[in-house]
Design a protein around this ligand. Structure first.
Ligand code: ADP
Ligand code: MG
Length: 544
Protein backbone atom coordinates (compact mmCIF):
# COMPACT_ATOMS: atom_id res chain seq x y z
CA UNK A 1 0.00 0.00 0.00
CA UNK A 2 1.44 3.36 -1.09
CA UNK A 3 1.66 6.36 1.23
CA UNK A 4 -0.26 9.55 0.69
CA UNK A 5 1.42 12.55 -0.90
CA UNK A 6 0.23 15.83 -2.33
CA UNK A 7 0.16 15.89 -6.13
CA UNK A 8 2.46 18.31 -7.93
CA UNK A 9 0.78 21.45 -9.33
CA UNK A 10 1.53 20.18 -12.81
CA UNK A 11 -0.40 16.93 -12.32
CA UNK A 12 -3.24 18.73 -10.51
CA UNK A 13 -3.67 21.06 -13.44
CA UNK A 14 -4.23 18.14 -15.76
CA UNK A 15 -6.83 16.33 -13.68
CA UNK A 16 -8.48 19.18 -11.82
CA UNK A 17 -12.12 18.42 -11.44
CA UNK A 18 -13.74 21.08 -9.34
CA UNK A 19 -16.83 20.48 -7.31
CA UNK A 20 -17.93 16.94 -6.78
CA UNK A 21 -20.02 17.14 -3.62
CA UNK A 22 -23.53 18.27 -4.37
CA UNK A 23 -25.69 16.09 -2.17
CA UNK A 24 -25.59 13.26 0.38
CA UNK A 25 -25.41 10.65 -2.38
CA UNK A 26 -22.19 12.22 -3.65
CA UNK A 27 -20.70 11.98 -0.16
CA UNK A 28 -21.67 8.32 0.07
CA UNK A 29 -20.30 7.66 -3.41
CA UNK A 30 -16.90 9.11 -2.57
CA UNK A 31 -16.68 7.35 0.79
CA UNK A 32 -17.77 3.98 -0.56
CA UNK A 33 -15.27 4.31 -3.40
CA UNK A 34 -12.54 4.99 -0.85
CA UNK A 35 -13.55 1.92 1.14
CA UNK A 36 -13.44 -0.27 -1.96
CA UNK A 37 -10.12 1.26 -3.03
CA UNK A 38 -8.86 0.21 0.41
CA UNK A 39 -9.98 -3.39 -0.41
CA UNK A 40 -12.72 -3.44 2.18
CA UNK A 41 -14.65 -6.70 2.37
CA UNK A 42 -17.38 -5.08 4.41
CA UNK A 43 -18.88 -1.65 3.83
CA UNK A 44 -21.50 -0.26 6.20
CA UNK A 45 -23.43 2.90 5.42
CA UNK A 46 -25.64 4.61 7.95
CA UNK A 47 -27.61 7.79 7.37
CA UNK A 48 -30.16 9.97 9.10
CA UNK A 49 -32.63 12.35 7.47
CA UNK A 50 -31.74 11.22 3.95
CA UNK A 51 -28.06 11.82 4.71
CA UNK A 52 -28.61 15.52 5.33
CA UNK A 53 -27.95 15.17 9.04
CA UNK A 54 -25.54 12.27 8.93
CA UNK A 55 -23.73 10.01 6.45
CA UNK A 56 -21.47 7.46 8.01
CA UNK A 57 -19.36 4.90 6.17
CA UNK A 58 -17.47 2.27 8.07
CA UNK A 59 -15.13 -0.26 6.43
CA UNK A 60 -12.64 -3.00 7.20
CA UNK A 61 -10.15 -1.95 4.52
CA UNK A 62 -6.47 -1.40 5.09
CA UNK A 63 -6.90 1.89 6.92
CA UNK A 64 -4.29 4.58 7.47
CA UNK A 65 -1.47 5.41 9.85
CA UNK A 66 -1.46 8.72 11.73
CA UNK A 67 0.52 10.73 9.22
CA UNK A 68 -1.54 9.55 6.25
CA UNK A 69 -4.78 10.19 8.07
CA UNK A 70 -3.81 13.82 8.58
CA UNK A 71 -2.62 14.22 5.01
CA UNK A 72 -5.73 12.61 3.58
CA UNK A 73 -7.73 15.73 4.42
CA UNK A 74 -5.51 18.00 2.37
CA UNK A 75 -6.57 18.89 -1.11
CA UNK A 76 -4.81 16.87 -3.87
CA UNK A 77 -3.54 14.35 -1.32
CA UNK A 78 -3.74 10.84 -2.71
CA UNK A 79 -2.00 7.51 -2.46
CA UNK A 80 -3.35 6.40 -5.82
CA UNK A 81 -1.25 8.17 -8.44
CA UNK A 82 1.96 10.21 -8.56
CA UNK A 83 2.53 10.87 -12.24
CA UNK A 84 0.04 11.86 -14.86
CA UNK A 85 0.89 8.69 -16.81
CA UNK A 86 -0.46 6.62 -13.92
CA UNK A 87 -3.97 7.65 -14.91
CA UNK A 88 -3.78 5.49 -17.99
CA UNK A 89 -3.57 2.36 -15.90
CA UNK A 90 -5.60 3.42 -12.93
CA UNK A 91 -7.22 0.54 -11.09
CA UNK A 92 -8.78 2.54 -8.28
CA UNK A 93 -11.91 4.68 -8.26
CA UNK A 94 -10.14 7.70 -6.79
CA UNK A 95 -7.03 9.46 -8.02
CA UNK A 96 -7.59 13.17 -7.59
CA UNK A 97 -7.20 13.38 -3.86
CA UNK A 98 -10.01 15.89 -3.56
CA UNK A 99 -12.97 14.10 -2.06
CA UNK A 100 -12.16 14.03 1.64
CA UNK A 101 -10.96 17.61 1.58
CA UNK A 102 -14.09 18.84 -0.17
CA UNK A 103 -16.40 16.91 2.14
CA UNK A 104 -14.57 18.13 5.23
CA UNK A 105 -15.00 21.73 4.07
CA UNK A 106 -18.78 21.58 3.92
CA UNK A 107 -19.62 19.53 7.02
CA UNK A 108 -18.82 18.56 10.56
CA UNK A 109 -16.36 15.85 9.77
CA UNK A 110 -14.81 13.02 11.68
CA UNK A 111 -12.53 10.27 10.47
CA UNK A 112 -11.42 7.36 12.58
CA UNK A 113 -8.94 4.99 11.05
CA UNK A 114 -6.42 2.33 11.91
CA UNK A 115 -3.82 0.47 9.89
CA UNK A 116 -3.74 -2.29 12.46
CA UNK A 117 -0.98 -0.68 14.55
CA UNK A 118 -1.95 2.94 15.15
CA UNK A 119 -5.48 4.19 15.57
CA UNK A 120 -6.32 7.85 14.92
CA UNK A 121 -9.40 10.01 15.18
CA UNK A 122 -9.48 13.43 13.56
CA UNK A 123 -12.22 16.00 14.00
CA UNK A 124 -12.82 18.89 11.60
CA UNK A 125 -15.44 21.63 11.28
CA UNK A 126 -15.96 23.36 7.96
CA UNK A 127 -12.47 22.31 6.95
CA UNK A 128 -10.85 23.61 10.14
CA UNK A 129 -8.96 21.02 12.16
CA UNK A 130 -10.38 20.68 15.69
CA UNK A 131 -8.32 17.86 17.09
CA UNK A 132 -6.34 14.68 16.54
CA UNK A 133 -6.85 11.85 19.03
CA UNK A 134 -5.77 8.27 19.65
CA UNK A 135 -8.29 5.61 18.85
CA UNK A 136 -8.75 1.95 19.68
CA UNK A 137 -10.58 0.89 16.57
CA UNK A 138 -9.68 -2.25 14.62
CA UNK A 139 -8.10 -2.00 11.17
CA UNK A 140 -10.26 -0.04 8.77
CA UNK A 141 -11.78 3.40 8.45
CA UNK A 142 -14.95 5.12 9.57
CA UNK A 143 -15.93 8.51 8.24
CA UNK A 144 -18.80 10.43 9.77
CA UNK A 145 -20.16 13.43 7.88
CA UNK A 146 -22.68 15.45 9.90
CA UNK A 147 -24.77 18.51 9.03
CA UNK A 148 -23.83 18.57 5.37
CA UNK A 149 -23.67 22.13 3.97
CA UNK A 150 -24.36 23.63 7.43
CA UNK A 151 -22.03 26.44 6.36
CA UNK A 152 -23.57 26.79 2.88
CA UNK A 153 -27.31 27.38 3.47
CA UNK A 154 -28.05 27.88 -0.24
CA UNK A 155 -26.67 24.44 -0.97
CA UNK A 156 -28.55 22.87 1.84
CA UNK A 157 -31.78 24.38 0.60
CA UNK A 158 -31.22 22.83 -2.79
CA UNK A 159 -31.46 19.33 -1.32
CA UNK A 160 -34.67 17.40 -1.88
CA UNK A 161 -36.82 15.43 0.54
CA UNK A 162 -35.17 12.93 2.86
CA UNK A 163 -36.95 10.11 1.03
CA UNK A 164 -35.59 11.17 -2.33
CA UNK A 165 -32.05 11.73 -1.04
CA UNK A 166 -32.19 8.30 0.59
CA UNK A 167 -33.33 6.77 -2.67
CA UNK A 168 -30.34 8.29 -4.48
CA UNK A 169 -27.99 6.98 -1.81
CA UNK A 170 -29.54 3.56 -2.07
CA UNK A 171 -29.05 3.52 -5.87
CA UNK A 172 -25.44 4.57 -5.37
CA UNK A 173 -24.75 1.75 -2.94
CA UNK A 174 -26.46 -0.76 -5.23
CA UNK A 175 -24.28 0.26 -8.15
CA UNK A 176 -21.11 -0.52 -6.20
CA UNK A 177 -22.55 -3.62 -4.58
CA UNK A 178 -23.23 -5.12 -8.02
CA UNK A 179 -19.71 -4.62 -9.28
CA UNK A 180 -18.18 -5.73 -5.93
CA UNK A 181 -20.18 -8.87 -5.16
CA UNK A 182 -17.39 -10.21 -2.97
CA UNK A 183 -17.90 -7.49 -0.39
CA UNK A 184 -20.68 -7.28 2.17
CA UNK A 185 -22.81 -4.12 1.91
CA UNK A 186 -25.02 -2.90 4.69
CA UNK A 187 -27.24 0.15 4.56
CA UNK A 188 -29.38 1.56 7.35
CA UNK A 189 -31.45 4.71 7.77
CA UNK A 190 -31.51 5.76 11.42
CA UNK A 191 -31.86 2.28 12.87
CA UNK A 192 -33.91 0.80 10.11
CA UNK A 193 -32.08 -1.70 7.92
CA UNK A 194 -32.55 -0.99 4.19
CA UNK A 195 -30.04 -3.28 2.58
CA UNK A 196 -28.05 -6.20 3.83
CA UNK A 197 -26.15 -7.88 1.03
CA UNK A 198 -24.02 -10.88 1.90
CA UNK A 199 -20.83 -11.78 0.12
CA UNK A 200 -21.44 -13.75 -3.11
CA UNK A 201 -19.11 -14.89 -5.84
CA UNK A 202 -20.59 -13.34 -8.97
CA UNK A 203 -22.37 -10.32 -10.31
CA UNK A 204 -25.24 -12.58 -11.38
CA UNK A 205 -25.81 -13.82 -7.85
CA UNK A 206 -25.67 -10.29 -6.51
CA UNK A 207 -28.24 -9.02 -8.98
CA UNK A 208 -30.49 -11.99 -8.16
CA UNK A 209 -30.65 -10.90 -4.54
CA UNK A 210 -31.84 -7.45 -5.60
CA UNK A 211 -34.63 -8.15 -8.08
CA UNK A 212 -38.16 -9.53 -7.60
CA UNK A 213 -38.02 -13.32 -7.17
CA UNK A 214 -40.10 -14.06 -10.26
CA UNK A 215 -37.45 -12.35 -12.40
CA UNK A 216 -34.46 -14.35 -11.21
CA UNK A 217 -35.04 -17.25 -13.60
CA UNK A 218 -34.83 -14.81 -16.51
CA UNK A 219 -31.27 -13.62 -16.05
CA UNK A 220 -28.66 -14.54 -18.62
CA UNK A 221 -25.03 -14.40 -17.67
CA UNK A 222 -22.83 -13.04 -20.45
CA UNK A 223 -19.15 -13.02 -21.13
CA UNK A 224 -18.25 -11.76 -24.57
CA UNK A 225 -14.80 -10.86 -25.86
CA UNK A 226 -13.81 -9.35 -29.16
CA UNK A 227 -10.23 -8.12 -29.48
CA UNK A 228 -9.45 -6.09 -26.41
CA UNK A 229 -13.08 -5.43 -25.57
CA UNK A 230 -14.71 -7.57 -22.94
CA UNK A 231 -18.40 -7.28 -22.12
CA UNK A 232 -19.63 -9.14 -19.08
CA UNK A 233 -22.54 -9.08 -16.70
CA UNK A 234 -26.17 -10.11 -16.65
CA UNK A 235 -29.19 -9.18 -18.73
CA UNK A 236 -32.75 -10.34 -18.52
CA UNK A 237 -34.22 -12.45 -21.25
CA UNK A 238 -36.38 -10.52 -23.66
CA UNK A 239 -39.48 -12.43 -22.60
CA UNK A 240 -39.32 -10.98 -19.10
CA UNK A 241 -41.97 -8.30 -18.91
CA UNK A 242 -42.01 -6.58 -15.54
CA UNK A 243 -41.58 -2.98 -14.63
CA UNK A 244 -38.66 -3.25 -12.28
CA UNK A 245 -35.70 -0.99 -12.85
CA UNK A 246 -32.18 -2.22 -12.50
CA UNK A 247 -30.13 -0.79 -15.33
CA UNK A 248 -26.49 -0.48 -14.40
CA UNK A 249 -23.69 0.31 -16.78
CA UNK A 250 -20.02 0.04 -15.93
CA UNK A 251 -16.99 1.00 -17.93
CA UNK A 252 -13.86 -0.73 -16.74
CA UNK A 253 -15.77 -1.65 -13.57
CA UNK A 254 -16.64 1.98 -12.80
CA UNK A 255 -20.36 2.76 -12.52
CA UNK A 256 -21.25 5.32 -15.17
CA UNK A 257 -24.16 7.12 -16.69
CA UNK A 258 -23.92 6.50 -20.40
CA UNK A 259 -27.22 7.27 -22.15
CA UNK A 260 -26.03 6.06 -25.54
CA UNK A 261 -25.11 2.67 -24.15
CA UNK A 262 -28.47 2.52 -22.38
CA UNK A 263 -30.27 3.35 -25.60
CA UNK A 264 -28.24 0.84 -27.60
CA UNK A 265 -29.27 -1.90 -25.17
CA UNK A 266 -32.93 -0.94 -25.37
CA UNK A 267 -32.73 -0.80 -29.12
CA UNK A 268 -31.26 -4.29 -29.32
CA UNK A 269 -34.27 -5.47 -27.33
CA UNK A 270 -36.54 -3.74 -29.84
CA UNK A 271 -37.51 -0.84 -27.57
CA UNK A 272 -39.82 -2.73 -25.22
CA UNK A 273 -42.26 -0.88 -22.97
CA UNK A 274 -40.48 -2.20 -19.89
CA UNK A 275 -36.72 -1.95 -20.21
CA UNK A 276 -34.83 -5.17 -19.51
CA UNK A 277 -33.00 -5.67 -16.23
CA UNK A 278 -29.27 -5.44 -16.78
CA UNK A 279 -25.88 -4.85 -15.23
CA UNK A 280 -23.23 -4.68 -17.89
CA UNK A 281 -19.52 -4.08 -17.50
CA UNK A 282 -17.72 -2.99 -20.66
CA UNK A 283 -14.01 -3.36 -20.28
CA UNK A 284 -11.55 -2.02 -22.76
CA UNK A 285 -8.09 -0.53 -22.79
CA UNK A 286 -8.12 2.58 -20.59
CA UNK A 287 -6.59 4.57 -23.45
CA UNK A 288 -9.81 3.99 -25.43
CA UNK A 289 -11.95 5.64 -22.78
CA UNK A 290 -12.11 9.34 -22.16
CA UNK A 291 -12.89 9.56 -18.45
CA UNK A 292 -12.52 13.27 -18.04
CA UNK A 293 -15.91 14.19 -19.42
CA UNK A 294 -17.38 14.76 -16.00
CA UNK A 295 -15.75 15.81 -12.74
CA UNK A 296 -17.56 13.13 -10.78
CA UNK A 297 -16.04 10.65 -13.21
CA UNK A 298 -19.48 9.21 -13.69
CA UNK A 299 -19.64 10.13 -17.35
CA UNK A 300 -17.25 8.61 -19.83
CA UNK A 301 -17.05 8.22 -23.56
CA UNK A 302 -15.54 5.50 -25.69
CA UNK A 303 -13.25 6.89 -28.31
CA UNK A 304 -14.61 4.31 -30.73
CA UNK A 305 -18.15 4.57 -29.55
CA UNK A 306 -19.91 3.26 -32.67
CA UNK A 307 -17.81 0.12 -32.62
CA UNK A 308 -18.49 -0.59 -28.97
CA UNK A 309 -22.23 0.02 -29.38
CA UNK A 310 -22.32 -2.37 -32.33
CA UNK A 311 -20.52 -5.02 -30.31
CA UNK A 312 -23.02 -4.57 -27.54
CA UNK A 313 -25.93 -5.16 -29.91
CA UNK A 314 -24.22 -8.19 -31.36
CA UNK A 315 -23.54 -9.56 -27.91
CA UNK A 316 -27.19 -9.18 -26.92
CA UNK A 317 -28.44 -10.92 -30.05
CA UNK A 318 -25.89 -13.69 -29.87
CA UNK A 319 -25.57 -14.33 -26.18
CA UNK A 320 -28.83 -13.24 -24.64
CA UNK A 321 -31.35 -14.01 -27.36
CA UNK A 322 -29.74 -17.14 -28.70
CA UNK A 323 -29.25 -18.53 -25.22
CA UNK A 324 -32.86 -17.76 -24.36
CA UNK A 325 -34.05 -19.48 -27.49
CA UNK A 326 -31.92 -22.59 -27.51
CA UNK A 327 -32.51 -23.26 -23.86
CA UNK A 328 -36.14 -23.10 -24.46
CA UNK A 329 -37.46 -23.74 -27.86
CA UNK A 330 -34.63 -26.02 -28.92
CA UNK A 331 -34.96 -24.46 -32.28
CA UNK A 332 -31.58 -25.64 -33.51
CA UNK A 333 -32.07 -29.22 -32.43
CA UNK A 334 -35.21 -29.71 -34.45
CA UNK A 335 -35.43 -31.95 -37.40
CA UNK A 336 -34.14 -29.48 -39.94
CA UNK A 337 -35.58 -31.44 -42.82
CA UNK A 338 -39.05 -31.11 -41.45
CA UNK A 339 -38.60 -27.46 -40.71
CA UNK A 340 -37.41 -26.75 -44.18
CA UNK A 341 -40.29 -28.53 -45.80
CA UNK A 342 -42.80 -26.79 -43.63
CA UNK A 343 -41.25 -23.39 -44.23
CA UNK A 344 -41.51 -24.00 -47.91
CA UNK A 345 -45.10 -24.95 -47.57
CA UNK A 346 -45.59 -21.80 -45.63
CA UNK A 347 -44.43 -19.78 -48.56
CA UNK A 348 -46.19 -21.79 -51.23
CA UNK A 349 -49.57 -22.69 -49.92
CA UNK A 350 -50.16 -20.78 -46.84
CA UNK A 351 -49.30 -17.19 -47.26
CA UNK A 352 -50.06 -16.86 -50.88
CA UNK A 353 -51.44 -13.36 -50.97
CA UNK A 354 -55.17 -13.31 -50.47
CA UNK A 355 -55.21 -17.05 -51.08
CA UNK A 356 -58.67 -18.44 -51.54
CA UNK A 357 -57.78 -22.10 -51.47
CA UNK A 358 -56.50 -22.27 -47.92
CA UNK A 359 -54.74 -25.33 -46.67
CA UNK A 360 -57.05 -27.44 -44.57
CA UNK A 361 -55.92 -27.57 -40.96
CA UNK A 362 -53.92 -30.76 -40.59
CA UNK A 363 -54.12 -31.82 -36.98
CA UNK A 364 -51.14 -34.08 -37.22
CA UNK A 365 -49.26 -32.52 -34.36
CA UNK A 366 -50.21 -32.01 -30.78
CA UNK A 367 -47.62 -29.39 -30.16
CA UNK A 368 -49.51 -26.32 -31.35
CA UNK A 369 -52.83 -24.82 -30.53
CA UNK A 370 -54.56 -21.64 -31.58
CA UNK A 371 -56.50 -19.63 -29.06
CA UNK A 372 -59.35 -17.42 -30.26
CA UNK A 373 -57.72 -17.35 -33.70
CA UNK A 374 -55.29 -14.84 -32.26
CA UNK A 375 -52.66 -16.56 -30.16
CA UNK A 376 -50.56 -19.60 -30.89
CA UNK A 377 -49.70 -21.86 -28.00
CA UNK A 378 -46.80 -24.27 -28.19
CA UNK A 379 -45.37 -26.76 -25.80
CA UNK A 380 -41.66 -26.30 -25.13
CA UNK A 381 -39.17 -28.26 -23.14
CA UNK A 382 -39.57 -26.10 -20.09
CA UNK A 383 -43.24 -25.25 -20.34
CA UNK A 384 -45.51 -23.29 -22.60
CA UNK A 385 -45.07 -20.34 -24.90
CA UNK A 386 -47.87 -18.10 -26.09
CA UNK A 387 -47.30 -16.13 -29.24
CA UNK A 388 -49.25 -13.23 -30.61
CA UNK A 389 -49.64 -14.37 -34.21
CA UNK A 390 -49.89 -10.90 -35.71
CA UNK A 391 -46.79 -9.39 -34.13
CA UNK A 392 -44.85 -12.61 -34.65
CA UNK A 393 -45.51 -12.55 -38.35
CA UNK A 394 -44.81 -8.82 -38.38
CA UNK A 395 -41.34 -9.47 -36.95
CA UNK A 396 -40.66 -12.16 -39.56
CA UNK A 397 -41.65 -9.91 -42.45
CA UNK A 398 -39.88 -6.89 -41.01
CA UNK A 399 -36.57 -8.68 -40.72
CA UNK A 400 -36.78 -10.20 -44.15
CA UNK A 401 -37.43 -6.74 -45.61
CA UNK A 402 -34.61 -5.12 -43.67
CA UNK A 403 -32.21 -7.81 -44.76
CA UNK A 404 -33.27 -7.59 -48.38
CA UNK A 405 -34.42 -11.18 -48.37
CA UNK A 406 -37.96 -10.74 -49.57
CA UNK A 407 -39.21 -13.10 -52.22
CA UNK A 408 -41.60 -11.37 -54.49
CA UNK A 409 -44.54 -13.24 -55.90
CA UNK A 410 -46.40 -12.36 -59.07
CA UNK A 411 -50.11 -11.95 -58.63
CA UNK A 412 -52.52 -13.93 -60.68
CA UNK A 413 -54.92 -11.03 -60.57
CA UNK A 414 -53.12 -7.66 -60.35
CA UNK A 415 -54.66 -5.10 -58.02
CA UNK A 416 -55.63 -1.66 -59.27
CA UNK A 417 -55.42 1.19 -56.78
CA UNK A 418 -56.75 4.70 -57.16
CA UNK A 419 -54.56 7.29 -55.48
CA UNK A 420 -55.28 10.77 -54.15
CA UNK A 421 -52.76 13.46 -55.15
CA UNK A 422 -50.90 13.14 -51.81
CA UNK A 423 -50.85 9.38 -52.14
CA UNK A 424 -49.50 9.68 -55.62
CA UNK A 425 -46.71 11.92 -54.36
CA UNK A 426 -45.77 9.44 -51.70
CA UNK A 427 -45.94 6.66 -54.27
CA UNK A 428 -43.41 8.53 -56.43
CA UNK A 429 -41.22 9.05 -53.43
CA UNK A 430 -41.28 5.45 -52.23
CA UNK A 431 -41.75 3.30 -55.31
CA UNK A 432 -38.06 2.38 -55.61
CA UNK A 433 -37.85 1.44 -51.96
CA UNK A 434 -41.10 -0.52 -52.24
CA UNK A 435 -39.80 -2.37 -55.26
CA UNK A 436 -36.74 -3.43 -53.31
CA UNK A 437 -39.10 -4.70 -50.66
CA UNK A 438 -40.97 -6.89 -53.08
CA UNK A 439 -43.88 -4.72 -54.24
CA UNK A 440 -43.96 -4.07 -57.95
CA UNK A 441 -46.18 -1.68 -59.82
CA UNK A 442 -47.30 -0.62 -63.20
CA UNK A 443 -48.39 2.95 -63.57
CA UNK A 444 -51.50 3.72 -65.55
CA UNK A 445 -52.05 7.39 -64.96
CA UNK A 446 -51.15 9.96 -62.34
CA UNK A 447 -53.82 8.55 -60.07
CA UNK A 448 -53.96 4.89 -60.89
CA UNK A 449 -51.31 2.26 -60.25
CA UNK A 450 -51.49 -1.48 -60.57
CA UNK A 451 -49.71 -3.79 -58.16
CA UNK A 452 -48.61 -6.93 -59.90
CA UNK A 453 -46.24 -8.48 -57.33
CA UNK A 454 -46.26 -8.67 -53.56
CA UNK A 455 -43.88 -10.27 -51.07
CA UNK A 456 -44.64 -13.97 -50.96
CA UNK A 457 -44.86 -13.70 -47.21
CA UNK A 458 -47.79 -11.34 -47.25
CA UNK A 459 -51.01 -12.50 -45.80
CA UNK A 460 -53.30 -9.84 -47.05
CA UNK A 461 -56.43 -9.46 -49.10
CA UNK A 462 -56.96 -7.11 -51.98
CA UNK A 463 -58.78 -4.43 -50.05
CA UNK A 464 -56.13 -4.14 -47.41
CA UNK A 465 -53.35 -3.19 -49.75
CA UNK A 466 -55.23 -0.09 -50.92
CA UNK A 467 -54.77 1.62 -47.56
CA UNK A 468 -51.00 1.30 -47.78
CA UNK A 469 -50.40 4.68 -49.38
CA UNK A 470 -52.68 6.50 -47.00
CA UNK A 471 -50.60 5.16 -44.16
CA UNK A 472 -47.36 6.13 -45.88
CA UNK A 473 -48.68 9.67 -46.32
CA UNK A 474 -49.17 9.88 -42.58
CA UNK A 475 -45.50 9.18 -42.00
CA UNK A 476 -44.65 12.62 -43.41
CA UNK A 477 -40.93 12.99 -43.90
CA UNK A 478 -40.22 9.77 -42.04
CA UNK A 479 -41.31 8.03 -45.20
CA UNK A 480 -37.73 8.31 -46.44
CA UNK A 481 -36.53 5.92 -43.74
CA UNK A 482 -36.46 2.37 -44.89
CA UNK A 483 -37.24 0.96 -41.46
CA UNK A 484 -40.41 3.07 -41.26
CA UNK A 485 -41.73 1.78 -44.55
CA UNK A 486 -40.76 -1.73 -43.50
CA UNK A 487 -42.78 -1.40 -40.32
CA UNK A 488 -45.84 -0.28 -42.21
CA UNK A 489 -45.51 -3.11 -44.70
CA UNK A 490 -44.88 -5.68 -42.00
CA UNK A 491 -47.96 -4.60 -40.13
CA UNK A 492 -50.16 -4.63 -43.22
CA UNK A 493 -48.78 -7.85 -44.59
CA UNK A 494 -48.82 -9.85 -41.38
CA UNK A 495 -51.41 -12.40 -40.38
CA UNK A 496 -54.14 -10.63 -38.43
CA UNK A 497 -55.77 -11.48 -35.18
CA UNK A 498 -58.87 -13.52 -35.96
CA UNK A 499 -57.35 -15.53 -38.79
CA UNK A 500 -57.45 -19.27 -38.36
CA UNK A 501 -54.13 -21.03 -38.82
CA UNK A 502 -53.49 -24.68 -39.59
CA UNK A 503 -50.98 -26.65 -37.57
CA UNK A 504 -48.28 -26.47 -40.26
CA UNK A 505 -48.88 -22.74 -40.50
CA UNK A 506 -48.49 -22.34 -36.78
CA UNK A 507 -45.38 -24.44 -36.76
CA UNK A 508 -43.87 -22.58 -39.70
CA UNK A 509 -44.66 -19.26 -38.08
CA UNK A 510 -42.93 -20.27 -34.87
CA UNK A 511 -39.93 -21.75 -36.67
CA UNK A 512 -39.48 -18.63 -38.68
CA UNK A 513 -40.04 -16.37 -35.71
CA UNK A 514 -37.28 -18.06 -33.78
CA UNK A 515 -34.97 -17.76 -36.74
CA UNK A 516 -35.19 -13.95 -36.52
CA UNK A 517 -32.70 -11.90 -34.62
CA UNK A 518 -35.14 -10.67 -32.05
CA UNK A 519 -38.10 -13.00 -31.72
CA UNK A 520 -39.27 -11.35 -28.54
CA UNK A 521 -40.23 -7.82 -29.49
CA UNK A 522 -42.16 -6.58 -32.48
CA UNK A 523 -40.87 -3.66 -34.56
CA UNK A 524 -43.08 -1.33 -32.50
CA UNK A 525 -41.72 -2.60 -29.20
CA UNK A 526 -44.59 -4.86 -28.15
CA UNK A 527 -43.82 -8.29 -26.74
CA UNK A 528 -44.31 -11.25 -29.10
CA UNK A 529 -43.80 -14.20 -26.83
CA UNK A 530 -45.00 -14.88 -23.34
CA UNK A 531 -43.56 -17.83 -21.55
CA UNK A 532 -44.86 -19.95 -18.72
CA UNK A 533 -42.35 -22.34 -17.33
CA UNK A 534 -43.41 -25.54 -15.62
CA UNK A 535 -41.86 -24.07 -12.50
CA UNK A 536 -44.10 -21.04 -12.62
CA UNK A 537 -47.15 -23.20 -13.21
CA UNK A 538 -46.22 -25.53 -10.38
CA UNK A 539 -45.76 -22.53 -8.18
CA UNK A 540 -49.16 -21.09 -9.06
CA UNK A 541 -50.86 -24.41 -8.43
CA UNK A 542 -49.14 -24.64 -5.08
CA UNK A 543 -47.11 -27.68 -6.10
CA UNK A 544 -43.83 -26.10 -5.08
P1 ADP B 1 -8.56 9.88 -3.74
O1 ADP B 1 -9.50 8.76 -3.43
O2 ADP B 1 -8.85 10.54 -5.04
O3 ADP B 1 -7.14 9.50 -3.58
P2 ADP B 1 -9.68 11.07 -1.35
O4 ADP B 1 -9.73 12.47 -0.87
O5 ADP B 1 -10.98 10.37 -1.55
O6 ADP B 1 -8.83 11.06 -2.68
O7 ADP B 1 -8.81 10.24 -0.34
C1 ADP B 1 -7.48 10.66 -0.08
C2 ADP B 1 -6.62 9.49 0.36
O8 ADP B 1 -7.02 9.05 1.64
C3 ADP B 1 -6.73 8.27 -0.53
O9 ADP B 1 -5.82 8.34 -1.61
C4 ADP B 1 -6.39 7.14 0.43
O10 ADP B 1 -4.99 6.95 0.51
C5 ADP B 1 -6.86 7.68 1.78
N1 ADP B 1 -8.17 7.12 2.16
C6 ADP B 1 -9.37 7.72 2.05
N2 ADP B 1 -10.37 6.93 2.49
C7 ADP B 1 -9.78 5.78 2.89
C8 ADP B 1 -10.29 4.55 3.45
N3 ADP B 1 -11.60 4.35 3.65
N4 ADP B 1 -9.38 3.58 3.75
C9 ADP B 1 -8.06 3.77 3.55
N5 ADP B 1 -7.54 4.90 3.02
C10 ADP B 1 -8.38 5.90 2.71
MG1 MG C 1 -11.56 8.99 -3.13
Amino acid sequence: MAHIHVLSPDVRGKIAAGEVIIRPASVVKELVENSLDARAKRVEVEITNGGKDKCLVNDNGYGMGREDAQLALERYATSKISLIEDIENIRTFGFRGEALASIAHVSQFEIETSNGTTGTRIVCEGGVLKGVFDSERPQGTRVKVSSLFYNLPARRKFLKSAAWERHLISETIKAYAIIFPQSVFIFADADRSIMNLPQVDSMEKRVKTMIPPQATAYLVDVDFRVGTTHISGVLSRPDLDISYRLNNIYVNSRPVRYPRVYRAILEAYGGPKNPPIFAVNIQTEPQLVDANVHPAKSEVKFKEERYVLDLLGQMIRREVFQKSITVDYEFDKRDTQRTRVVSQRFVQDVVVPYATDRVEPAHDSEEFWQLHDTYVLAQTKSGLIIIDQHVAHERVIYESIMKGRVQSQRLLFPITIELTPEEYQVYERTKDALKEMGIEFKEFSSHTVVIDSLPADFRINRDEIGGLFGELVELGNLVDEKSRIARVLACRGAIKAGQKLSTPEMQALIDRLFATENPYTCPHGRPIVIKWTLEELAHRFGRS
